[in-house]
Design a protein around this ligand. Structure first.
Ligand SMILES: [Ca+2]
Ligand SMILES: [Ca+2]
Length: 626
């Protein structure tokens, strides 16, 4: 596909719609007084607007029109306005005076910023939290009435088709907040909820919907198949009322090709244009590599993620303003507690630092972490706040910690060796000195893009528990992927959809309801209870959630580490080797002195440290007692 064509086709299409309506869209849809982001850029979209509007008037105390910007497209105006700190909430009248026509009048609302920001909303997410990642289309269908809409481009809705929408929605999440409380999670992260009004795509001969949400077609609307803006607001409020936080998934790098501003682009360089279709190489190395070519860097950052996901040009200040203002808008509008930023390093680096600064300035407690799917600790730290002595530094709080993810899976699946198996976990954590604060990294065993954890460990329940122990007691913000707690399995074979199956019981006529203990098998209940017990213990443990970490060089396949503070010492011990090991505690006296007993935090059983033996594949979380 040649993208140059795209622009000219779009302009031709809007020419048709010009005389048909005078619908005016303004973004952001409203704003607030008392915001740090007080130099607002309003994007106004309506057919023929640029040419018909001669001048603009704003009369409102404290609000000043700074500049009217006209871009290449005839259908946009960008108004730079300044909102004084003394401005009061109210309706700002914006008058667009036109040649030989009535002026257009816009009522632009300035609201009062929520006083609960940083308290009961926009709270931030920390290592005290446990994040539950779910895909709203696949978790639970709380409203079969919104499964499809005939005025949307894709009306497919068939649960038997893994590439169709399945009807899951925000009401389904609201209906199961108590389930999440029971499980012991504190935070919900959903794949993007924004409107994806995309036509079906043909990928390798397969017709697909964008049920995953990463092909956004309108940032300012939550997809109505999920329940729309009002229900999203209700979902966040209902979560907060139950003591649960919410992380929203952001996509700055790309949008869906059916996005309204792609179908009618404000200017040619709104997206990264290439003489012919150019895909990103998906490589992070050129961005970190001191020897990288400019060619490789540009392919990584400016290449398109897929032919259906145009690559936004964040070096364009209008694009940058649009994305920054939306992010601030959504945080304030919905009161979300954090952002997970998709495809982090594919966006322009200067833009990324700018948007992070703007968000944190506005909401000091807000958490922002980025998806950095990289292979090494060096690269992972490069994309977040780090201790490198280099000229350009990223300011991101934390990353999705892929190096630790790979290491944990190697530790669970590879035989123990000098650099293999659990030594990977040990060696990966031993490199934490490069991060400014590794405790802000999101850590995980699986997610919506990875093989399901239970399958990776060969459906071995002992190994499953070992990994859960690590996930919930190592440094960082643990994330559990929906269904891991009930042993949902599959590899990404034949496609991603295999690891994104519906949560059993989330649909009205499901034969089994695994949200309830009665619907789960004995094994599934064992798994659920294990995760739940450890998650609830974790909440109360100052050592795990905010204490120090000390790890020991693994010996004979046995990996021992401690979480500790002045009040509590937790020891996590795992035997990844093939022999039972009689523990000689002499090497661990630095942390063990003064303690003689160990309490298993899952079973409550108390044992003496003396004479303790650990069998292969056993793993325990112990609280030390005197
Ligand atoms: Ca539904
Ligand atoms: Ca890009």
């Amino acid at each position: 596909m040649k993208k140059i064509f795209l622009f000219s086709i779009c302009l031709a299409l809007t020419g048709i719609s010009f005389s048909q309506n005078e619908k005016i869209n303004v973004y952001p849809t409203h704003w607030w007084v008392g915001m740090k982001w007080s130099q607002l850029q309003l994007m106004i979209h309506s057919p023929g607007l640029k040419t018909s509007v001669q001048n603009v008037e704003i009369k409102y105390p404290g609000v000043k029109l700074v500049k009217v910007n006209r871009t290449e497209s005839p259908n946009y105006l960008f108004l730079d306005i300044s909102i004084a700190s003394a401005a009061r909430p109210g309706i700002v009248k914006i008058k667009l005076n036109r040649k030989n026509k009535q002026p257009l009048l816009l009522n632009y609302e300035l609201k009062l910023k929520n006083k609960e920001d940083g308290k009961s909303r926009v709270q931030g997410v920390t290592s005290k939290d446990l994040v539950y990642l779910l895909m709203p289309d696949r978790f639970s269908n709380g409203d079969p009435g919104n499964d499809f809409f005939t005025d949307m481009r894709d009306t497919g809705h068939d649960r038997k088709n893994p590439f169709d929408r399945h009807g899951g929605d925000l009401q389904g999440v609201i209906n199961h907040l108590d389930y999440l409380k029971e499980l012991g999670v504190t935070t919900i992260w959903m794949t993007p909820v924004n409107e994806n009004d995309m036509a079906r795509t043909n990928e390798g001969g397969t017709s697909r919907s964008t049920y995953h949400g990463y092909a956004i077609t309108d940032q300012y609307n939550v997809d109505k198949r999920f329940g729309g803006n009002a229900l999203y607001k209700k979902m966040v409020e209902a979560s907060h009322a139950k003591g649960l936080k919410v992380i929203q998934d952001a996509v700055y790098n790309h949008v869906g090709i059916d996005h309204w501003f792609i179908r009618d682009m404000p200017m040619k360089d709104w997206v990264n244009q290439w003489p012919e279709y150019t895909n990103t190489s998906y490589r992070d190395n050129p961005l970190v590599d001191p020897y990288a070519s400019k060619y490789d860097k540009e392919i990584s950052v400016n290449g398109w993620f897929t032919p259906f996901m145009p690559d936004l040009n964040q070096r364009n200040p209008y694009v940058s303003n649009f994305l920054i203002q939306y992010s601030i808008w959504a945080t304030e509008e919905f009161g979300i507690d954090g952002w997970r930023v998709d495809t982090y390093f594919y966006s322009d680096s200067l833009f990324l630092n700018k948007i992070n600064d703007a968000l944190i300035l506005e909401f000091p407690k807000l958490t922002v972490f980025g998806e950095a799917w990289v292979q090494s600790v060096v690269n992972s730290a490069y994309f977040s706040q780090n201790n490198y002595n280099i000229s350009f530094k990223h300011n991101l709080q934390g990353v999705t910690d892929f190096p630790l993810h790979f290491a944990m899976l190697d530790g669970l699946t590879q035989p123990f060796g000098w650099t293999e198996g659990v030594n990977k976990v040990y060696m990966t954590l031993a490199q934490d000195l490069v991060y400014k604060n590794p405790n802000r990294n999101s850590i995980f065993l699986d997610n919506h893009d990875l093989n399901r954890y239970y399958s990776v460990v060969g459906e071995d329940f002992e190994k499953y528990k070992m990994g859960i122990n690590w996930l919930l007691t190592l440094r960082g913000i643990p994330e559990i992927y929906y269904g891991t707690e009930i042993l949902m399995k599959n590899f990404k074979s034949p496609t991603d959809a295999a690891v994104r199956e519906d949560f059993p019981g989330g649909w009205q006529n499901d034969s089994l309801d695994k949200f309830l203990a009665s619907g789960r098998t004995k094994k599934e209940n064992e798994a659920f209870d294990y995760v739940s017990k450890l998650a609830h213990f974790r909440k109360t443990s100052s050592a795990i959630t905010a204490g120090h970490l000390m790890q020991y060089v693994p010996v004979n396949g046995v990996y021992v580490y401690f979480r500790y503070d002045s009040k509590q010492t937790i020891m996590v011990i795992s035997n990844t080797g093939t022999n039972p090991i009689q523990m000689d505690w002499a090497s661990y006296s630095e942390r063990l002195s003064g303690f003689s007993n160990i309490r298993n935090v899952i079973t409550g059983e108390v044992k003496s440290l003396a004479g303790f033996e650990i069998k292969p594949k056993e793993s325990y979380v112990f609280e030390l007692q005197k």
